[in-house]
Design a protein around this ligand. Structure first.
Ligand SMILES: *Cc1c(COP(=O)(O)O)cnc(C)c1O
Length: 430
């Protein structure tokens, strides 16, 4: 067992003035026991905690850090911008440059509005969809997380699932009623719902590859069905690509599956590790946002110069297709090795992966939706997680999260991770 006494002390101190000692509940170790690690610094594939322990990191700040921690190009961009000013509250060129890069990487986004988080992006896109269609109902899928805006905090996946909160108190019942939920990957239920209520539905929002109940892939034809039924009923299709955007391909999941949504939400990678979200799509829809149109949405720090230059540096590096090929190859090696260990030890296990995002489930069930995800053995995961951490491998502290391979992971990192993971699985069996 590693010495984590400094982290423990800080956690006790944090809890005095920060609810639960954390600024986002997923960082708490409720699902795995113990206390969170306080991080001193991070570089490349490694994080160092305040006790001086070093871990190979597969959390990547929950998705944004596809280039690893403190990538030199991003650090340099942020420092040089900070010297020129950290916020202007007025337009500047980096906003245009990032918008140009985003719209060229993701052609369905004809125009794009920058905000400060994924939550804000989704919340704004939903308001826009309601404003444009003049309808109130929205449709989402069980286990998909779209940030913590009121309308979307219904059957919302990992963070809430690990804490065992089905639906958050504080969400007005009248609002929750406007959110209809369906099981992920169930095309038939989607058709049934739209046959009944299609003309009252403003939009359907989906994670085109689910990443917040762990990774769950869309079945063949599922996204196509969503595209068809929304179009037939005058409802908008919103892809929440806050995790998948720039992660599974430069053009996101919509590039891989060849589906063109009306609106797309981005976050995480787009900010290069700084707080950014964005939403965009068809120009005729986006033109309804203030100041062009009546749908209001604003932000004091939106398009923040530090965040914009970080995003630009990030996308520049990602514009080389070889980056994604290498990520895919490393993630493939890692996942094949993990499954190999499980097989050798007779542990029931599944892995769902697209490119560098993946989840391992300790179950013999085929993973297609939130119900199948929940058959994963949470007690086994807890022992596995702690055994990994003890040997210097950090994964997300919940059985319902994605893991991320980043460009900073070397082939040697993957191999040493596999050795440690094999021992951790053995230990978790005992
Ligand atoms: C992380 C995430 C969000 C919320 O983004 P925040 O920046 O945490 O507000 C929304 N949707 C998806 C798919 C996400 O993964």
């Amino acid at each position: 067992m590693l010495n984590r006494s400094e982290s423990e002390k800080l956690f006790i101190r944090a809890k005095e003035h920060i609810p639960g000692g954390v600024n986002s509940p997923v960082r708490a170790f409720n699902a795995v026991g113990g206390h969170p690690l306080f991080i001193e610094k991070a570089k490349g594939a490694r994080i160092t905690d305040v006790d001086g322990n070093v871990y190979i990191d597969y959390v990547g700040s929950w998705g944004p850090l596809i280039l690893g921690h403190a990538h030199p190009k991003i650090v340099e961009a942020v420092i040089s911008q900070a010297k020129k000013g950290t916020s202007f509250g007025a337009p500047h060129i980096a906003e245009i440059e990032l918008a140009e890069k985003v719209t060229s990487a993701i052609p369905s986004m004809e125009t794009v509005r920058m905000v400060n988080s994924g939550t804000e992006a989704v919340m704004s896109a939903i308001r826009l969809a309601r404003g444009v269609t003049g309808r109130d109902l929205i449709v989402k899928f069980e286990g998909c997380y779209h940030g913590h805006a009121d309308s979307l905090l219904v059957k919302a996946g990992s963070g809430v699932a690990s804490l065992g909160i089905p639906d958050s108190p504080g969400v007005p019942a009248d609002l929750a009623k406007q959110t209809l939920t369906l099981p992920y990957n169930d095309s038939e239920k989607v058709r049934e719902l739209f046959a009944l209520r299609g003309k009252d539905i403003a939009c359907l929002i989906v994670e085109p590859i689910a990443g917040n109940m762990g990774v769950v892939l869309p079945k063949e034809g599922f996204l196509q069905t969503l595209r068809e039924v929304t179009q037939e009923n005058g409802a908008l299709l919103i892809f929440d690509e806050v995790i998948t955007g720039f992660r599974v391909a430069l053009g996101g999941a919509q590039q891989i599956y060849g589906i063109k949504p009306d609106l797309t939400c981005l976050g995480k990678i787009i900010g290069g590790g700084l707080p950014v979200g964005a939403y965009g799509g068809r120009k005729d829809i986006m033109n309804n946002i203030a100041p062009l149109g009546p749908v209001y949405q604003a932000g004091t720090l939106s398009g923040n110069p530090l965040a914009m230059v970080a995003g630009i540096a990030m996308i520049d590096v990602l514009s080389d297709p070889a980056v994604y090929e290498e990520l895919d190859r490393k993630a493939e090696t890692l996942c094949a090795g993990l499954l190999g260990h499980a097989k050798r030890l007779g542990i029931p296990a599944q892995i769902c992966r697209v490119g560098s995002m993946f989840s391992m489930y300790f179950t013999d069930q085929n993973i297609v939706d939130f119900a199948s995800v929940k058959t994963s053995d949470a007690e086994f995961f807890k022992r596995y997680f702690n055994a990994l951490l003890d040997e210097g491998v950090a994964i997300a502290p919940s059985p319902f999260e994605a893991g991320f391979v980043n460009t900073a992971h070397t082939d040697e990192d993957i191999q040493s991770t596999l050795k440690i993971a094999g021992r951790a699985m053995e230990k978790a069996m005992a």
